[in-house]
Design a protein around this ligand. Sequence first.
Ligand SMILES: NC(=O)c1ccc[n+]([C@@H]2O[C@H](COP(=O)([O-])OP(=O)(O)OC[C@H]3O[C@@H](n4cnc5c(N)ncnc54)[C@H](O)[C@@H]3O)[C@@H](O)[C@H]2O)c1
Length: 335
Amino acid sequence: MKKNELKKIIFKIFKKHKLVHKHSNICADAIINAEIVGAHSHGLSRLKMYCDRIKKNLINPKPKFKIKKYSNSILHLDANDSIGFVAADFAIKQAIKLAKRTGIGIVGVKNSGHYGLSGYYIEQAVKKNLLALCFTNAPPAIAPYGAKKSLFGTNPISFGTPSGSTAPFIFDSSMSKINRGKIRVAAKMNKKIPFDVALDKNGNITSDPKKALEGVQLPIADFRGSGLAWMVDILSGVLTGSAHSGKVKDPFDDFTGPQNVGHFFLVLKHNIFINNYLNRIKENIKNVKKLPKIKGVQEIFYPGQRKFKKYKINLNKDILISNKIKNELFELLND
Ligand SMILES: NC(=O)c1ccc[n+]([C@@H]2O[C@H](COP(=O)([O-])OP(=O)(O)OC[C@H]3O[C@@H](n4cnc5c(N)ncnc54)[C@H](O)[C@@H]3O)[C@@H](O)[C@H]2O)c1
């Protein structure tokens, strides 16, 4: 389907679900972006879930943001159970403004929801020639190291910087071996997942996505990944006043209340210590990329480089949509 045509449909669906014009636009853009970069698990496949939660009064379609300014560099946002896209878009824009004025901008967000891809917000800061970090917590998926039960979310960490070339450096990764969205998509499509990423509810390794969703996901790098997921939970949840330690609600399965996700954004000017950062980052990347490569590797990529390439290629292509998703879109437009 043509991107513009699809965007109009998504926009209409959000408007129909009582989001205001500006917020419908923000959400439609975020979903289209996920499809363009190939992150289908964070795009159209979640649209029905967002709409279901709006209908059940678990996402507030007309949130009233409460903003507290703690200093010239620090803001706190109570997002009033907003859809995550809208809260995160507001927060990153505020963090950018603060950083431009003072060198650093920090925005903590509570009472938000699932906001899609962390890197999407980081990109906004990098486009303005700034460095940025962001964290979000998520519903229980990973068992803390040594525990039998999941508690941490897949809790992505994202960091971005101008790279000195057209493709920005954007590291953006879940703390689980694969992100939960990919397991959900595999379950929907009756496909298997890789063998070493999840355990079933009895603690046995499984490649069945449905069993994985009932069991636990494994963290990246064992106790180190578990520690990083914990750090994200502290910064996004404990520090901001949002849900933490396994209390973020699963958007697909838990309808007992709003999700209460927390996010943490930190944006920096690149000249806070030195004046020649852009030359130095270029040199840094060059030194890594020129290393001798192992067999079968043609190029050492920096994080975000391949995604940018994919984005450029896909930007001029139509978006492929499965019949299942087409039917969902049709139902959401007409229900
Ligand atoms: N909102 C949420 O609750 C939530 C939760 C989990 C994940 N997510 C999002 O899902 C998206 C996907 O997460 P993921 O964990 O599947 O990421 P991923 O595994 O696709 O990529 C992780 C990182 O590795 C880099 N990378 C991949 N291949 C590389 C290569 N060959 N060389 C160098 N770098 C390479 C990527 O650029 C990326 O920065 C992210 O945008 C993340 O923010 C969101």
